[in-house]
Design a protein around this ligand. Structure first.
Ligand code: SAM
Length: 262
C-alpha cells in the first residue's frame, strides 16, 4: 500500500490519491470492506477519515474512486463511487525466472510488474539454489508495485515449477506461446535484429514467455533441450554477463520495446 506522491512516479500514474488493490466486485454505490492491514494503513498510518477518497482496482474492472464510509481503528469500509479508468489488459508477455535470494526476488516481482509483465513464475532449474519461493510474498510485491505505478490490471503469479516439467507440458498447455530464452552464450549483438525479425513475422502483440536462468546459468542438458525446441528463440542481452535480476529487467525492456506495448 503506497501513496502516489511517495516517489517520482510519472504524472500520468500519479493522482496524489492513495491506490488500493481490493479483490472485490466494483459497482457504484457498493461497499467494500478492507482487510485489517489495509484498514490500519488508511486509518492509522495515513490518518485518513470518513469522507476522504481513495482509488481502488480489482485487476478486472478498471479503476474506481471510493470514499471511506466507515472508519474505526480496526476496520474501514469504502463506498465505491464512480469508475475513473477502464480496464487496460497487460501485454501478453510472461516472465519465467530461476528464483534468486529473497530481496532480489522482491525486486524482480516489483520491476516486472511495473514493466507490464502479464504473468510471473519462478522456474526451478538444475542449478537453482533457491528452491522454496513464498507465493504470497511474490503476490504482495506485485500488488504493491501495481498500486504504486498506477496499474489497473494485476500480473498473475504462478507457483514455482520445475523447468523440465514446465517444458514437458508446454505444447499442450501453453501453445502457441513461444519462449524467448535469454542465453548468455548466444552471439551478442543479435538481440535487436532477432526481436525485430520476430516482430516483422507477426510477433508484436503475440504471446511470449521470457526465460531467465539461475546465477549458475542453464546446464548443458537444459541448454540443449531448449535450443532443440521449435517454440523457443534464444536471444543475447549483450556481451556482458548480467545478474539474473538485471537480465530479467533488461529482457523485459527489450521485448516490450519491440514485441510489447512500448
Ligand atoms: N552462470 C552464467 C555464467 O556465468 O556464464 C551466468 C548466468 S546469469 C548470472 C543468469 C541468467 O541471466 C542467465 O542464465 C541468462 O538467462 C541471463 N543472462 C545474463 N546475462 C545475459 C546475456 N548477456 N545474454 C542473455 N542472457 C543473459
Amino acid at each position: 500500500m503506497r501513496d502516489d506522491d511517495d516517489d517520482d512516479t510519472p504524472a500520468h500514474c500519479g493522482t496524489g490519491k492513495t491506490r488500493l488493490y481490493v479483490d472485490a466486485a466494483m459497482a457504484a454505490g457498493g461497499d467494500v470492506a478492507l482487510d485489517k492491514d489495509q484498514s490500519h494503513y488508511l486509518i492509522n498510518v495515513l490518518r485518513m477519515g470518513e469522507g476522504e477518497r481513495v482509488l481502488v482496482f480489482n485487476g478486472r474492472d478498471g479503476e474506481w474512486a471510493a470514499e471511506i464510509a466507515e472508519a474505526s481503528k480496526k476496520a474501514a469500509v469504502l463506498r465505491v463511487i464512480e469508475r475513473t479508468r477502464a480496464h487496460q489488459p497487460l501485454p501478453d508477455i510472461w516472465l519465467l525466472f530461476a528464483p534468486v535470494k529473497r530481496a532480489r526476488l522482491d525486486f524482480i516481482a516489483q520491476k516486472a510488474t511495473e514493466m507490464g509483465a502479464a504473468m510471473i513464475q519462478p522456474v526451478i532449474t538444475h542449478r537453482t539454489v533457491v528452491s522454496r519461493v513464498k507465493d504470497q510474498r511474490l503476490q504482495a510485491n506485485v500488488i504493491e508495485a501495481a498500486e504504486q505505478c498506477g496499474l489497473v490490471a494485476l500480473p498473475e503469479v504462478r507457483e514455482a515449477e520445475k523447468l523440465d516439467a514446465l517444458l514437458n507440458h508446454w505444447a499442450e498447455r501453453e501453445a502457441p506461446r513461444r519462449i524467448l530464452l535469454c542465453d548468455e552464450a548466444a552471439a551478442p549483438g543479435g538481440a535487436k535484429a532477432s526481436l525485430e525479425a520476430l516482430a516483422a513475422d507477426g510477433g508484436r502483440g503475440a504471446p511470449w514467455a521470457l526465460l531467465i536462468g539461475p546465477e549458475g546459468g542453464f546446464d548443458a542438458e537444459e541448454r540443449a533441450k531448449l535450443h532443440a525446441r521449435k517454440d523457443t528463440v534464444a536471444i543475447s542481452l549483450g556481451p556482458r554477463i548480467l545478474r539474473a535480476d538485471t537480465a530479467a529487467i533488461a529482457a523485459l525492456a527489450a521485448v516490450q520495446m519491440v514485441l510489447g506495448d512500448w
